[in-house]
Write a protein that binds this ligand. Sequence first.
Ligand SMILES: [Cu+2]
Length: 162
Amino acid sequence: MRTLLVLLTVLLLAGGVQGDLQPQTEEPEIFVISVDSTNLRFSPSQVTITEGDTVRFFWSGQALPHNAVEANGVFDSGEPARAVDYAYTFERGSNGTYDFVCEPHASAGMVGQITVEPAPPLVEEEAEEQEEPEDTPFLSGSATLLSMFLAWAFVSRRHGNG
Ligand SMILES: [Cu+2]
């Protein structure tokens, strides 16, 4: 009988632990910026991302050498090249607007803009305010089961003693 009680308690605890699990935040994404068929435009030239995301400047076999340099030097893919694979991750707190150019072709209009939106609050921050109604039936179900079992155990013990 004690084993059963332990088993029920474990089940109850497992339910409690499950209730503490928070939904995952969105996975960081990678946005690829390449060069379009005109050879003088980024493609896409404008992206909107979220903090934590990565922008990857990626092209190869280009007719002309290109690079991607942020106006304030936040990122810089280096010397213009026909093949570039350069990634920059916008960390939490980096929200804002970032203009970048291809240095050799900036005057030809080879420019772009990255808009970084703030990331949602950290999971830990919202953990306490978040209600999880879907877990309540299971928890209360386990609690009911446990109290019913305890009552039964109590009664049967009294009968045994009497
Ligand atoms: Cu260029």
